[in-house]
Design a protein around this ligand. Structure first.
Ligand code: AMP
Length: 193
C-alpha cells in the first residue's frame, strides 16, 4: 500500500514567497516519491499550495476539515477526498490516523498545536510514526532553540527532541522519513529501568 504523509502548515501564505514555493516543492516531492497527502482540507495559504502541487503530480490528496470551516467556504473543492468531521478534535485524530508520517511546514497556532500534539503522542507511545519539520527559511530555528533550552532545563527529553527530523529540502526530508526508527515510549523506558 502507498504511504501517506500528513502535512501541517499555515492557512496563510506568509510574508515571503519562499514559503509558498516550499509548499509547492513538498507537494511535488510527495508525488515524485509516490506518496499520498493528508492535510487540513483548505484551499487557502500554504495548505492550498501543497495540495494543488501534490494533486497535479498525481498523489491522492485527502483533506480533513470540520463542518464549521466548510461553512466559511475555505474547503478545497478538487481533492481526491474531503472528509468532513464534526469537531477540530475529531479532525486532528483522523489526520493523525490517516498519515504514516507527520511533516510540519511553516504555520501559526494551528500548525504548532498539531505538531506538538503528534510529538507528545509519540512520547506516550500513542503512535510510532516519524515527525519532521520542514525548516524553510530557518522558520523553525527559533523554536528549535527554545526546545533545546527546554531540554537543558529538564522539561523535554533530549532523545525525543533529537528524534525529530529537521530539513530544509523537501526531497531529503521525505527520504529521511522512510529510514526513521521509533524510540521506546516514556513508559516503556520506566518499565525497563
Ligand atoms: P495556522 O497554522 O494557524 O494557519 O493553522 C493551520 C493548521 O490548522 C492547518 O494544518 C489546519 O489543519 C488547521 N487550520 C487552521 N485554520 C484553518 C482554516 N482556516 N482552514 C483549514 N484548516 C485550518
Amino acid at each position: 500500500m502507498k504511504s501517506a504523509v500528513t502535512v501541517y502548515c499555515g492557512a496563510s501564505l506568509g510574508e515571503h514567497p519562499g514559503y509558498a514555493d516550499a509548499a509547492r516543492q513538498l507537494g511535488q516531492a510527495l508525488a515524485r516519491a509516490d506518496m499520498d497527502l493528508v492535510y487540513g482540507g483548505a484551499s487557502t495559504g500554504l495548505m492550498g499550495c501543497v495540495a494543488d502541487a501534490a494533486l497535479l503530480g498525481g498523489s491522492r490528496v485527502t483533506g480533513v476539515i470540520p463542518q464549521s470551516l466548510v461553512r466559511f467556504e475555505v474547503a478545497h473543492t478538487a481533492l481526491t477526498e474531503l472528509r468532513v468531521v464534526d469537531t477540530m478534535h475529531e479532525r486532528k485524530a483522523l489526520m493523525a490516523q490517516l498519515g504514516d508520517a507527520f511533516v510540519a511546514m511553516p504555520g501559526g497556532f494551528g500548525t504548532a498545536e498539531e505538531l506538538f500534539e503528534v510529538l507528545t503522542w509519540a512520547q506516550l507511545g500513542l503512535h510510532a510514526k516519524p515527525c519532521a519539520l520542514l525548516n524553510t527559511n530557518g522558520y523553525y530555528t527559533p523554536l528549535l532553540r527554545f526546545l533545546e533550552h527546554a531540554a537543558g532545563e529538564g522539561f523535554v527529553h533530549r532523545r525525543y527532541l533529537d528524534n525529530v527530523i529537521v530539513e530544509e529540502d523537501p526531497h531529503v526530508l521525505l527520504s529521511r522519513l522512510s529510514g526513521h526508527r521509533a524510540l521506546p515510549h516514556l513508559f516503556e523506558e520506566v518499565a525497563e529501568a
